[in-house]
Design a protein around this ligand. Structure first.
Ligand code: HEM
Length: 346
């Protein structure tokens, strides 16, 4: 237990129990849809809409060929990652969710993403303003696109069956696009960095080379060592036991997947990047592995992320690519952001 009525959970079984108790007596408020009034992550009423959106995003992936991903990758490598990876995700996802999207919306999203990542690395007040401004321009752009494409867009129609107004539909779609592209760009960046041999000791300016895809599961291993959603949060609504302690309404429970994924009691050589550990892994690895959460508020995009990342890792264009490090340290903000780097293909 931490000071002031806060609990930090790193034990896998306890974490699963806590997460499965969402939404009562423990409520999640920090997931993508927190901005929509009354929209509680994990709630039965919101779930159909999140699933509809996730399915639409998944079909974007199924319909896109590896060549499309390679084309997007080679299009513009001047933007440092993870923003560069975010642009790749945006260009893959948004046109499928909103056909005929205009370039203007995509560039607003890119700017919003760049401002968010900038804010994670430099939490200044000006950075916060920039990020808010960029986000509100994106929201108004998205609202405009919905005006143009609605009615007739199946996804928008499905959202309107559970949401009251176009404002709410816009917020929901924005939350989903943000969740999909921001978190996935972080995951792609980590997977590439670790495959190229990055360690916390790698200095700025270092140039790393991307080797052929290692055996085992490099994506799963990257999500273990650096889980983008590294700290989940629950708000206690009713008295509940957290292990041998009692939590009261108003207390906060934090589940730290970063620490859980590095527990020496569970993981052999926990700090090491070893994708081959996922070839026939022991049961305890699966139990202690929660990059996408579990229970009613668990991520609806997990399959999308795993498929997309594996496809991405398999791109032959990446073998021999060079990563030039700009930053050195990860940033543990709302997501666990990697240090920034520039990609150049061999
Ligand atoms: C690497 C990428 C991603 C990671 C690590 C991630 C992780 C997570 C985690 C840990 C949660 C549970 C939060 C909690 O229990 O408090 C969550 C929820 C959620 N994720 Fe993801 N996510 C990723 C990508 C995506 C994508 C691609 C989508 C959309 C297709 C998505 C949509 C959602 C939604 C809608 C929820 C809330 C579900 C609900 O409220 O019922 N996520 N995500």
């Amino acid at each position: 237990m931490l000071a002031g009525g806060s609990f930090l959970v790193t034990d896998p079984q306890l974490a699963r129990t806590v997460l499965k108790s969402t939404t009562e007596p423990l409520r999640a408020e920090s997931a993508p849809f927190g901005e929509i009034p009354g929209w509680v992550p994990g709630s039965a009423s919101g779930r159909p809409a999140t699933i509809a959106m996730a399915t639409a995003i998944e079909s974007a992936l199924r319909e896109s060929s590896p060549d499309r991903m390679a084309d997007l990758l080679t299009e513009d490598l001047t933007v440092p990652w993870p923003v560069g990876a975010g642009e790749l995700c945006l260009r893959l996802v948004v046109p499928h969710v909103l056909p005929n999207t205009r370039e203007r919306l995509l560039s607003r999203y890119s700017r919003s993403l760049a401002a968010l990542v900038g804010l994670a690395h430099d939490g200044s007040r000006v950075g916060r303003w920039k990020s808010r401004l960029a986000h509100s321009r994106t929201l108004s752009g998205l609202y405009g696109e919905l005006e143009r494409t609605d009615p007739g867009n199946e996804l928008v129609d499905a959202l309107r069956t559970v949401l009251d107004s176009k404002d709410e539909v816009t917020l929901a779609m924005d939350g989903m696009i943000g969740a999909a592209c921001r978190a996935t760009s972080v995951a792609l960046s980590w997977a590439l960095l670790l495959r190229a041999g990055w360690t916390p000791q790698t200095p700025a300016g270092a140039v790393l080379q991307v080797p052929p895809v290692p055996s085992g599961d490099p994506v799963r291993e990257a999500l273990r060592l650096w889980p983008p959603a590294w700290l989940l949060h629950r708000d206690v609504r009713q008295p509940i036991a957290i292990g041998d302690r009692k939590a009261e309404p108003g207390d906060q429970v934090y589940i730290c997947t970063y620490l859980m994924h590095r527990r020496p009691q569970v993981w052999e050589d926990p700090e090491a990047y070893r994708p081959e550990r996922w070839i026939d892994p022991p049961e305890r690895y699966r139990d202690a592995y929660l990059p996408f959460g579990v229970g009613p508020a668990a991520c609806v995009g997990a399959r999308f992320v795993l498929d997309l990342s594996s496809r991405f890792q398999a791109l032959r264009e990446l073998v021999g690519a060079e990563l030039r490090m700009i930053g050195t340290a990860p940033v543990m903000g709302p997501l666990c952001d990697p240090p920034r780097f520039v990609v150049s293909l061999g």
